[in-house]
Ligand binder design. Sequence first.
Ligand code: COA
Length: 247
Amino acid sequence: MAFTWYQSDESPAAPGPLPPQPRFLQDIQLRFLCPDDLEEVRALCRDWFPIEYPLSWYKDITSSERFFALAAVHQGLIIGLIVAEIKPYLKLNAEDRGILPGWFGTNNNTLVGYILSLGVARSHRRAGVGSLLLETLISHVAGPTPLPPYHHRVKALFLHVLLTNSEAILFYEQRKFRLHSFLPYYYSIKGHCKDGFTYVYYINGGHPPWGLYDYVKYWAGVALRGGGVCPWLWGKLRAALSLAWHH
Ligand SMILES: CC(C)(COP(=O)(O)OP(=O)(O)OC[C@H]1O[C@@H](n2cnc3c(N)ncnc32)[C@H](O)[C@@H]1OP(=O)(O)O)[C@@H](O)C(=O)NCCC(=O)NCCS
């Protein structure tokens, strides 16, 4: 898979305001995970996440091309990683359907990116590494030169987060991710059920399903663009009358 290396000052446009980047970011290398990273990645994830992932999961993210699995490396050690899977919107689980309006669901071309994992070593947090990894993912699916199979078909990036993970929630909200839904008892952690949230970041023209306000705004815009409210209303009335006449 082709990959561009970013120096911190060349990084693509961020979804939200970025904190000042300390100098050490310039020494960070970004590369895709490989099978040799398995044990290092497993040790990091055990430290970062309360969930125990099976060995097969680590094998998958370190070897399968299905995943966008990117590591931030500093002085030869992995200090951060992001793992995402780009998949057809139609294949999402029931709880995740609804992040896009219905008409995206009828289009086989629509893709979405699910962020399975994002973590930074405790010693390197709040220094921009998480943002760098996230921006790199975003630029690969929504930048001026997206990765070839994705083009501009990826309409949203989304993730699940524990309701109690306030650090991660602040991080995503600062980066313009929007709260989409509450997931009661979504996680099972050491035998206990825990609630979660779904957060979504819209790209490439993707947007949340419309509410009443959006419909009113849209039709008002159509009416005004069509030469004023009266011709538009008259057109609608004429169509309704003709339908009634023929039935
Ligand atoms: C969430 C996480 C990836 C952020 O990585 P990071 O490298 O620290 O992120 P950045 O330095 O790019 O951005 C930090 C921003 O996140 C938010 N943030 C992160 N930790 C925070 C904290 N303890 N208190 C308040 N805000 C916090 C702030 O907006 C902060 O910006 P600021 O430093 O300008 O205030 C990191 O905290 C982490 O690895 N957490 C554990 C794993 C995890 O929960 N991952 C998310 C699973 S969905």
